[in-house]
Design a protein around this ligand. Structure first.
Ligand SMILES: [Zn+2]
Length: 130
């Protein structure tokens, strides 16, 4: 199992930014890194507005799909933040526009290559077809 690095994470950020956000998210101003369990607490991912950082839990470095799913989640927070929308409740960033961004990514097929293709391969391998 390959362990992914901050550099890989940054490249995924760059790719997802151009593929699903028309390259409009801050780049390279946003720092994307893996962070320790101590830093992350109970969070899998974190967008730190004040520092311009996206952090992904270090445990995900062994799980490529989880990294990408979490990164896309944090990029949705960033996209909404860059639009200037703050939401009605400053203690909760998961408001209507956030879910609209997630739905937009679904419609664009962002999760198909992450979730469906590995699932198909797993099923094929499990059945011994490959
Ligand atoms: Zn979130």
């Amino acid at each position: 199992m390959r362990i992914r690095t901050d550099r890989w994470l940054q490249e995924i950020y760059r790719t997802m930014n151009f593929r699903f956000f028309d390259g409009r998210l801050q780049l390279p101003a946003i720092r994307v890194t893996f962070a320790s369990a101590k830093e992350m607490g109970k969070c899998d991912g974190m967008f730190v507005r004040s520092k311009g950082e996206i952090k992904i839990h270090k445990d995900f470095a062994k799980h490529e799909s989880m990294c990408v799913i979490t990164l896309l989640h944090e990029m949705c927070h960033l996209a909404i933040h860059e639009n200037g929308y703050m939401g009605a409740d400053p203690t909760d960033d998961h408001y209507m526009l956030f879910y609209n961004e997630i739905a937009r990514l679904w419609r664009l097929g962002a999760y198909e290559t992450i979730l469906i293709i590995p699932l198909i391969l797993t099923l094929l391998l499990f059945k011994g077809i490959c």
